[in-house]
Design a protein around this ligand. Sequence first.
Ligand SMILES: Nc1ncnc2c1ncn2[C@@H]1O[C@H](COP(=O)(O)OP(=O)(O)OP(=O)(O)O)[C@@H](O)[C@H]1O
Length: 229
Amino acid sequence: MIEVKNVAKKFGRKKVLKDVSFTAEKGKITCLIGINGVGKTTILKAIMGLTPYESGEILINGEKIHPATYEKITFIPDTITMLPNMKIREAFTFMVDFYDSWNSERASELLKFFRLNEDDRISELSKGNTAKVNLILGLALDVDYVLMDEPFSGIDIFSREQIADVFTSHLIEDRGVIITTHEINDIEHLIDKAVLLDNGVILKEFDTEEVRENEGKSVIDVMREVYQA
Ligand SMILES: Nc1ncnc2c1ncn2[C@@H]1O[C@H](COP(=O)(O)OP(=O)(O)OP(=O)(O)O)[C@@H](O)[C@H]1O
């Protein structure tokens, strides 16, 4: 489990995170929802140990992040971090060199799933295909948790559907996934848990299926109640 406990973070004098607490479990897709600039990326970076925070605590499987944790968790940023002149194949080789947890078989399977060619150069890919390669770079790692920053942002409906298919396939297996989004519509049916963020605090954290069954409400219904209250 990933446990974010009372995390506070400032950039200069601006308090971006005031008191953020939530959990994300293995085997579940947790979605961190909030408008642009609310601090979603900052939370993912804090979980990864990529940005310091003033107070609070973040635990991954009960432990604070340490070097060995990077074989258990990965972060897929919203822009690709590979050099543009690399071919997809070269990006994969780079990953092999850096991560013990790289699973070449899964990478090939994902490449086939997305109908991409390993000889394609990253700089020559469309926006949607770049997003798919970026996703493969994270999903082909045998890790417990995958953090994805806006994986559906700015890409066409067919690419979005293809990416959504990955979430319901064996390629995710029993991993814990945290996705951020400011646009819930396309992914509402995929997520197990929603975490609503605003003004530096978590306004609500809920099990989407439970709320649907017990209260007959969709994620959007709950968002309306919470954000428009
Ligand atoms: N390195 C930084 N220095 C100063 N301010 C920053 C820095 N990084 C982020 N911020 C500010 O912190 C706030 C939260 O940013 P963050 O990127 O976490 O938001 P977000 O919810 O992920 O937004 P988006 O949906 O647009 O990606 C923003 O107001 C942003 O301007």
